[in-house]
Write a new protein. Structure first.
Lengths: 317, 296
C-alpha cells in the first residue's frame, strides 16, 4: 500500500513529494520520539518510586514525634529502648551502628588498599586472572551466608579468645570486614588504574623505587578515589542487617566494650518489625530508626560527591 | 477482524467461567458442605503456629482442591494487624488480641486451635535441671547473675531473650515475671536462633516452646514440675499459651470450613500432637485474656 502510494506520488509530482517529506516526520524521527518517550517514561517511574519511598519513610518516621509526641532530643539521646513501655531512646542503636561501621572500615581499608596495589602495580596479571574473580565471588555471597558463618565460626572463636558470649561488636566487625572488603578493594583498584601512566613513569625515571612510587605518587594522587571507596564500604556496612543481626546479639544496651552484646539500627528493625502493630508507638519508633538509616545513607552519598568534586579539581590543576 | 473475533471469544469464555464460578460458590452456600468448596484463604502471623497451620492447610487443600490456601509467618503482631486491616482472612497469634496495644479485640473473633507449652532452657554445661519459679524470675530480672547462686557451676549467666513484643516472650513474662521488667539482654527473633545459641553458648538461658527441645539443651523443671504436655493440661505447668486464629467479621465459607477442620479430631488428635503442640480438646483448664485460669 505504502509503496504504491509512493510510486504514484513520484510519477505525479516530484515537488509535492518533497513537500510532504519536509512537512511530515520521517520514520527515523518518529523512532526518535518513541525512544525518547520510553526513556522519559522509565525515568518518570523511577523518580516516582524514589520520591514516594522517601515520602513514605519520612512521613512514617516522623509520626513518632508528631503523633506520639516523643521529643526528638529524647529519641536521639535516650539510652533506654523499651518501645512496649513507651521508652524509645535510640542512642544505643545509633552508637552500635557507627561503631561497627567505623571498626569494619578501619580493619578492611589496609587489606583492601594492599590488595588493590598488588592487583594494579605489583602483579597485574595475577590480579586480573585470580584475585579479580575471587573478589567478585565475595560480592556475590548472600549476607545470610556471611551471618551464618559468623554465627558458626566467628562467635565461638571470639568466645574462646576473649570470653563472654562471643556476641558483640567485635564479631560484627569481622563479619562486616569480609563483606565490605570487596567493595573497597574493587573501587580502589579502579581509582589506582585511573592514575595517569606518566605520573608513574616520571617518578620511576627520577630514580624513585617502586615502593616510593606507589606510596608517594600513586596512592597520593588516588587519595580521593580511595576515600570514596572507603565511604561506599561504610555505607554498605551501615545498611547491612541480616549478617550483623546474627552475630551482634541484639541487646539494646549502650555498648561499653567490643565484646558485649549490642545492637544496630538495622538489627533492631529486623528483629522488631514483625511483632509491632501499625500505627502504634513501637511500630512508629522502628520507622524512625529507618528514617535515621535513610538520612545516613544520603549523608554518605553527599560526602562521596564532595570528595569526588575535590579530587577532580586537583587533577585539573 | 481475526484478532477481534478471538478477543470476543476470549471474553465470552471468561465470562462463562466467571459465571460458572459464581454459581459454584452460591450453590455451596445453599447446599452446604456436600458441594466442592472454593475460595482463597490467607493465614498470616505467628511463626510458632506456622508449621501446624501450614501442614493442616496442605491436608485441607488436598481434600478441597478448589480452595487456595496460603500460610505465612511474619510474627503475631503482623498477623493481628493484618487481620484487623482486613488484608488477610486469618491472623495467627500466640497471644490474645486483648494483650496487644493498638488492636481492637472486640472487632475480632478468636478461634483457639492449639496450646503450646514453653519452658526455660539452659546450656547443658550450667549443670541446672530444676529451678524455683522465684529463681527464674530473679535470673531474668538480673538479680542472679551466676549459676553457682542457684546450685550450678561457677559460670556467668547469659540471658537470651526473644524480641520485645514477641508472643513467646509475652507468654513467658506473664507467667514468670508477673509485671517485673526483664533485664536488658540479647534478643533473638526466632525459636530456631534461640535453640542454636543456647545449645552452643556456655551459661546461656532462654525459653522455648516444647516442640523446639533437643537433646543438645537442657529443659528446666520449675519447682520440681517437669515441662510436659500432661502438666500443661492441668495447669500444673504454668507457662503456656493458646495458639489463636483470629477472624474479622463473619468468615467466608472456605475460611469457616478450614477453622472447622482445624478443630476436628483429624487435626487435634493426630497432627497437633505429632507436631509437638497440645490439643485444645485435652485441656482440663481454660485461661482467659487476663490470665485467669478456671477448671473446665
Amino acid at each position: 500500500m505504502e509503496q504504491t502510494n509512493f510510486q504514484l506520488k513520484k510519477q505525479d509530482a516530484q515537488s509535492h513529494e518533497w513537500e510532504t517529506q519536509l512537512h511530515h516526520a520521517t520514520k527515523a524521527t518518529r523512532e526518535d520520539w518513541i525512544g525518547r518517550g520510553i526513556s522519559y517514561f522509565c525515568i518518570g517511574i523511577i523518580i516516582l518510586v524514589v520520591a514516594s519511598m522517601l515520602w513514605f519513610i519520612t512521613s512514617k518516621g516522623i509520626a513518632t514525634f508528631t503523633q506520639n509526641h516523643v521529643s526528638l532530643w529524647k529519641f536521639l539521646s535516650g539510652t533506654n529502648w523499651a518501645p512496649d513501655q513507651g521508652q524509645i531512646g535510640a542512642l544505643p542503636m545509633i552508637v552500635g551502628s557507627f561503631a561497627v561501621t567505623f571498626a569494619a572500615a578501619i580493619v578492611a581499608t589496609p587489606f583492601a588498599v594492599g590488595t588493590a596495589i598488588f592487583m594494579t602495580e605489583i602483579s597485574p596479571n595475577k590480579g586480573r586472572k585470580f584475585l579479580q574473580p575471587v573478589i567478585e565471588l565475595l560480592v556475590g555471597i548472600p549476607s545470610v551466608v556471611y551471618g551464618f558463618i559468623g554465627l558458626a565460626v566467628i562467635v565461638p572463636f571470639m568466645r574462646h579468645l576473649v570470653g563472654g558470649s562471643g556476641f558483640g561488636i567485635i564479631s560484627a566487625t569481622f563479619v562486616l570486614f569480609v563483606m565490605v572488603l570487596p567493595t573497597i578493594t574493587s573501587m580502589t583498584v579502579d581509582s589506582l588504574r585511573a592514575v595517569p601512566r606518566f605520573y608513574k613513569e616520571a617518578s620511576l625515571a627520577l630514580g624513585a623505587t617502586r615502593w616510593q612510587t606507589v606510596s608517594r605518587v600513586i596512592l597520593r594522587s588516588a587519595t580521593s578515589g580511595i576515600l570514596t571507596a572507603v565511604i561506599f564500604g561504610m555505607a554498605r556496612a551501615f545498611g547491612e542487617a541480616l549478617a550483623v543481626q546474627m552475630v551482634i546479639g541484639n541487646a539494646a544496651i549502650m555498648p561499653k566494650n567490643l565484646i558485649s552484646p549490642a545492637s544496630t539500627l538495622t538489627s533492631q528493625l529486623t528483629t522488631g518489625i514483625g511483632d509491632t502493630i501499625d500505627g502504634t508507638l513501637p511500630n512508629n519508633a522502628l520507622w524512625s530508626l529507618a528514617l535515621i538509616l535513610l538520612l545516613m545513607s544520603l549523608f554518605f552519598n553527599a560526602i562521596v560527591r564532595v570528595i569526588a568534586k575535590r579530587g577532580q579539581l586537583k587533577h585539573e590543576r | 477482524m481475526n484478532k477481534g473475533s478471538k478477543l470476543a471469544m476470549g471474553i465470552a469464555a471468561l465470562s462463562v467461567l466467571l459465571v460458572g464460578c459464581g454459581k459454584a460458590t452460591s450453590s455451596t452456600s445453599s447446599k452446604g458442605s456436600s458441594e466442592a468448596l472454593s475460595g482463597k484463604v490467607t493465614a498470616v502471623g505467628s511463626t510458632a503456629l506456622q508449621p501446624l497451620a501450614a501442614k493442616a492447610g496442605a491436608n485441607f487443600t488436598t481434600k478441597n482442591s478448589k480452595v487456595n490456601l496460603t500460610v505465612q509467618g511474619g510474627g503475631s503482631g503482623t498477623g493481628l494487624s493484618q487481620v484487623q486491616a482486613g488484608a488477610v482472612s486469618l491472623g495467627d497469634s500466640d497471644i490474645f488480641a486483648e494483650e496487644k496495644a493498638g488492636i481492637k479485640a472486640d472487632k475480632l473473633t478468636d478461634h483457639k486451635v492449639a496450646v503450646v507449652g514453653m519452658a526455660p532452657v539452659v546450656n547443658k554445661d550450667a549443670g541446672i535441671k530444676n529451678l524455683k519459679m522465684a529463681q527464674v524470675k530473679q535470673i531474668f530480672t538480673g538479680k542472679i547473675t551466676n549459676w553457682k547462686e542457684v546450685g550450678g557451676k561457677d559460670q556467668k549467666i547469659v540471658i537470651i531473650n526473644r524480641a520485645q513484643g514477641s508472643g513467646t516472650r509475652a507468654t513467658f513474662e506473664n507467667a514468670v515475671l508477673k509485671g517485673a521488667t526483664a533485664v536488658k539482654s540479647q534478643e533473638q527473633d526466632s525459636n530456631g536462633a534461640v535453640q542454636k545459641i543456647v545449645a552452643t553458648t556456655p551459661g546461656a538461658i532462654s525459653y522455648l516452646a516444647f516442640s523446639y527441645f533437643t537433646n543438645k539443651l537442657q529443659a528446666v523443671s520449675i519447682d520440681n514440675v517437669t515441662p510436659t504436655d500432661n502438666n500443661v493440661q492441668t495447669n500444673k505447668w504454668k507457662i503456656w499459651s493458646y495458639e489463636h486464629m483470629y477472624t474479622k467479621g463473619t468468615p467466608d465459607k472456605a475460611t469457616a470450613a478450614f477453622l472447622k477442620y482445624m478443630d476436628s479430631k483429624d487435626v487435634q488428635n493426630s497432627l497437633v500432637k505429632d507436631m509437638g503442640y497440645i490439643s485444645i480438646h485435652d485441656m482440663k483448664v481454660t485461661k482467659d485474656a487476663k490470665g485467669v485460669v478456671t477448671q473446665n
